[in-house]
Write a protein that binds this ligand. Structure first.
Ligand code: AMP
Length: 292
């Protein structure tokens, strides 16, 4: 495994791999890796012969007052984990390498950022698309893998690739959870032991929602209200949003049918945590879709 910090070094390594006929896979991350990231890497290695991982805490996707400065970082540990997992190339640029000057060009997003995290984090997805587009141009992968944990991000990136004709395939990886259901996240490091216990309410409320739907509930409002009641009765948890949306345009639905996502963001102590569940509902048949 090689670790490089500059764009020309990445381009040289990837060009050499391609010369040998290798298919290039890519997993972008912000580091402080956990099993959720590592499973995306396993997926990447199943679909490509040369696996590139980036580790970069991207300042343009953090709003003022968000956790850019305190976001956890440990490149030495990440390097060790990535090597054990069979990654070929790690790209860990500094901010000046990615943004030598203030970028003047940004993405304007229609529809897909109107709900969920979009309005709560103005500019966030525009910053995500900016860095992902840059990374795609730098690495030029054949396939890139993203987690369903960040569902809105996944769908936005898929759409960017389609709208802008990036020649690559986007593959989704299922949300990887702790044994008690909490979705793995680098931000879980912010939680005290007590907050860590409270944080399981996100998963528990999603499981309750799924049960209700399996029992025949189809009203989005009723499902949301049941989740709200559960979370509001958890000390330390403060709801940012609970929404049920379609998967084409991420617009709220009134009735649960076809493919829908139940998504939420909840503040627990110093952390803002997100989670979601994708269901496919056909008549009485209710199935969870772990990777869309
Ligand atoms: P991040 O480092 O948080 O920007 O995440 C990098 C990639 O890992 C994104 O595609 C995330 O969706 C994905 N990811 C983060 N947490 C998980 C998880 N618990 N399960 C699956 N994928 C995840």
């Amino acid at each position: 495994m090689e670790l490089v910090h500059t764009i020309p070094e990445v381009r040289r390594r990837v060009a050499a791999a391609r010369q040998k006929g290798k298919r290039v896979g890519f997993v972008p991350t912000m580091g402080y890796l956990h099993e959720g990231h590592l499973r995306l890497i396993d997926r990447c290695r199943e679909r490509a012969d040369y696996c590139v991982v980036s580790v970069f805490v991207n300042p343009t996707q953090f709003g003022p007052g968000e956790d850019y400065e305190r976001y956890p970082r440990d490149l030495e540990r990440d390097r060790r984990l990535l090597k054990e997992r069979g990654v070929d190339l790690v790209f860990a640029p500094d901010v000046a390498e990615m943004y030598p000057e203030e970028p003047f060009i940004r993405f304007q997003i229609e529809k897909l950022a109107d709900h969920l995290c979009g309005p709560r984090r103005p500019g966030h997805f525009s910053g995500v698309l900016l860095v992902v587009a840059k990374l795609f141009h730098i690495v030029q992968p054949d396939v890139a893998v993203f987690g369903q944990k960040d569902l809105q991000q996944l769908l936005l990136i898929r759409r960017m690739v389609r709208d802008l004709n990036f020649p690559l395939e986007i593959v989704a990886g299922p949300t990887v959870r702790e044994p008690d259901g909490l979705a793995m996240s680098s931000r879980n490091a912010y939680l005290s032991p007590e907050e860590r216990r409270q944080a399981t309410v996100l998963y528990r409320s999603l499981q309750r929602a799924k049960e209700l739907v399996q029992e025949g509930e189809r009203s989005a409002r009723n499902v949301r209200e049941a989740m709200r009641a559960m979370i509001e009765s958890t000390p330390g948890a403060r709801i940012d949003y609970i929404e049920i949306v379609d998967l084409e345009e991420l617009q709220p639905v009134e009735r649960l049918e076809g493919r829908v996502a139940i998504a939420l963001a909840v503040h627990v102590g110093p952390a803002r945590l997100i989670d979601n569940l994708v269901l496919e509902i056909r008549g009485d048949d209710v199935r969870e879709i772990p990777a869309i």
